[in-house]
Write a protein that binds this ligand. Sequence first.
Ligand code: NAD
Length: 474
Amino acid sequence: MEAITEIDQIYINGKFVTPNGTEVQSLFNPSTAQIIGRVRLGNATDVDHAVSAAKAAFKMYSGYTIEQRKSILEKIYHAISANQDKLNEAAVAEYGSPLAATKFRTSLAAQFFMDASHALDEIEFEKKFDKAVIVKEPVGVVAAITPWNADYIHMCGKIAPALAAGCTVVIKPSEFNAIETQLLTECFRDAGIPDGLINIVNGTGAVVGSALSSHPDVALVSFTGSTQTGKTISRSAADTVKRLVLELGGKSPNILLDDCDFEAAVPRALLIAFSNSGQACHAGTRLIVPENKLPLVSELLIDAVNKLKIGDLFAEDAQIGPMVNAQQYQRVQSYIQKGIDEGATLLVGGPGHPDGLEGFYVRPTVFTNVSNDMAIAREEIFGPVLSVLTYRSEEEAISIANDSIYGLSAYISSGDAERAKQLAKKIESGRVIINSVVNSEPKTPFGGFKQSGIGRTGWTYGIEMHLEPKVIAF
Ligand code: NAD
């Protein structure tokens, strides 16, 4: 029996307070499916209190100098950096992340504040002309709504650019991450920053999320989550013409060109597809390979899947954890069944748990003979399920890659960097990564084409989304 953590307060105006909402939700360890906590959820009254606090703080904070804002961002960076170990332990227990992956993400979450501080040096806040000046002003109170698949990254990725721009924030994290959120909130409290800059209301999307996204005193909604919820939020934000930053879903293509090193590209394709146990918006879940290389690719895929380290999350080499909750486990199971029913070939994996594991673990699964009209090729599964499609010409590969409502990420493997770059220009996607799993250039934006989103996060791009240009003409 694991210890139960009770989260019964939310964070408003620099203090932990008891919410007005009384509903309580259980929190599970996804590795065991045992209850490890309970969270008391806020309601619309709590949203009103949090937005009032953020609005009052905005009056003062929007007048801060760039140097004062940088100092606040750097204090938060240090507060999070000093607490990495306990943050990581909570992410393993509550989210089911392998330790190595969460270590990377927690340090990146802290780094967002330092990056935002440095990015401020590159923004032209005042631009002078002969007869006018353009000044960039913070947009106002920001409502941030985040998903469960990387709590620290999403919360920090939204708070850092908003504070850098001079905005104040009310954040509704995912109701499935309350233990992680509590520890991160304690870092914000201990950072020694003014009250009211960051306010946090736990709650469901239907209650707290919708109250926030329609609140008249919120100027901008910064949302990360599914495309479906993004559309609902856009509708409720429309009445008061809120600014929107939407980071939504994906079904990213990964094209292996015939000149690539298949021995390297295929294991890399699995890392790209199964990153964050497949619960990643940028996962490259459509592997597009030359038709005549399918036998080789299949052989390499079976070998690579069999070598994956699943479970034992505190081991440094653990790669795959469980799905976040029972609902997500069922969702992935249903897609695996759908792939079988649609007539794709189950190459490796399949329904049920991996041997010896229970909780919300699923079997890493690869389908071949997938066509792009099957649900497993079109819909975001958000679990370790990879669909392999084949092409006969480069044009066909591009057309399969672009035949999607999404456009968040894309991947190419090739022995010829220039050929890959020319192909990348033809892909409808916010980013295209060549011969690598990740984009390691921090000064670049992140965001989607098409139904993968609106706007960008990262470096100066994310801060600019929170600024309104004003012209003062003489
Ligand atoms: P989700 O859309 O179900 O929920 C995201 C957040 O929105 C949660 O906090 C939820 O409570 C809230 N919400 C739900 N209904 C709402 C409503 N009506 N009004 C306001 N808020 C509401 O997504 P999820 O299941 O938590 O996360 C998985 C999804 O997130 C996937 O689709 C994934 O691709 C996407 N995602 C995108 C990115 C990106 O950067 N593009 C990153 C991570 C995850």
